[in-house]
Design a protein around this ligand. Structure first.
Ligand code: AP5
Length: 215
């Protein structure tokens, strides 16, 4: 009697690193270059908040304080989005040991890339970040400003500052990262999956190194 093959696990790359390290920027470039699906849990959560869903209402208070949204909410949100067969880049997940263990049961990872950035550079960068309200494109008033002040180069949309990009919340996010997420480097090092790059360099230069270490 023939048995149905067990469903193939989806494959992916995880991007780790402190807030502002450039995970979202590099993930977008990688997704385009390698034709992978870009999954950002921060982005999905912000959309849920915007739409006023039950998950969004629960998540908002944690996000505004710079704390992590509880594991069970984020894991449930992610499940279903990791459709098997298609490759993906995970940006902002996992962030706790619980999440990493759940992910291990759901997918097969090819690589985990950690982008390092110092706390001072994190605060400097994120205080200068602006995001387009319409298309979500990211800018930085220091390193990557828009051509016209306050307007998106791509779609002309209005640029805004994220609620959690205020200096005191940024520092809180950085502490949460150190306590909850940085230990995942050891978790993935033990599994032979971790590769690391220094994030304090121009976007395109960093991208070339990222491609190199992922090869
Ligand atoms: P999330 O949106 O994931 O925020 P984050 O991890 O803090 O990351 P950021 O988006 O701030 O930074 P990034 O590393 O992506 O850098 P980016 O490329 O944007 O999460 C937000 C919140 O949601 C969390 O605090 C938490 O509450 C919740 N959440 C999300 N996922 C969760 C999970 N799994 N579990 C529980 N809670 C979760 O770049 C930043 C800036 O720098 C931009 O202005 C950019 O233009 C600029 N820049 C990028 N690269 C460079 C470079 N090389 N040089 C100079 N400038 C650069």
């Amino acid at each position: 009697m023939s048995r149905a093959a067990s469903p193939k696990k989806a494959r992916g790359i995880v991007l780790l690193g402190p807030p502002g390290a450039g995970k979202g920027t590099q993930a977008a470039l990688l997704a385009k270059e390698l034709e992978l699906k870009h999954i950002s849990t921060g982005e999905i959560l912000r959309e849920e908040v915007e739409r006023g869903t039950e998950l969004g209402r629960k998540a908002k208070a944690y996000m505004d304080r710079g704390e992590l949204v509880p594991d069970e909410l984020v894991i449930a949100m992610l499940r279903g989005r990791l459709d098997s067969g298609s490759g993906f880049i995970l940006d902002g997940f996992p962030r706790t040991l619980n999440q990493a263990e759940a992910l291990e049961r759901m997918v097969r990872l090819d690589r985990v890339l950690n982008i390092h950035l110092s706390e001072e550079e994190v605060v400097r960068r994120l205080s200068a970040r602006r995001v387009c309200k319409s298309c979500g494109r990211n800018y930085n008033l220091i390193s990557n400003p828009p051509k016209v002040e306050g307007r998106c180069d791509s779609c002309g949309g209005e640029l805004f500052q994220r609620d959690d990009d205020k200096p005191e919340v940024i520092r809180r996010r950085y502490r949460v990262y150190q306590e909850e997420t940085a230990p995942l480097k050891d978790f993935y090092r033990e599994r032979g999956l971790l590769v690391e790059v220094e994030g304090d360099r121009p976007i395109e230069e960093l991208f070339q190194e990222v491609l190199e270490v992922l090869r």
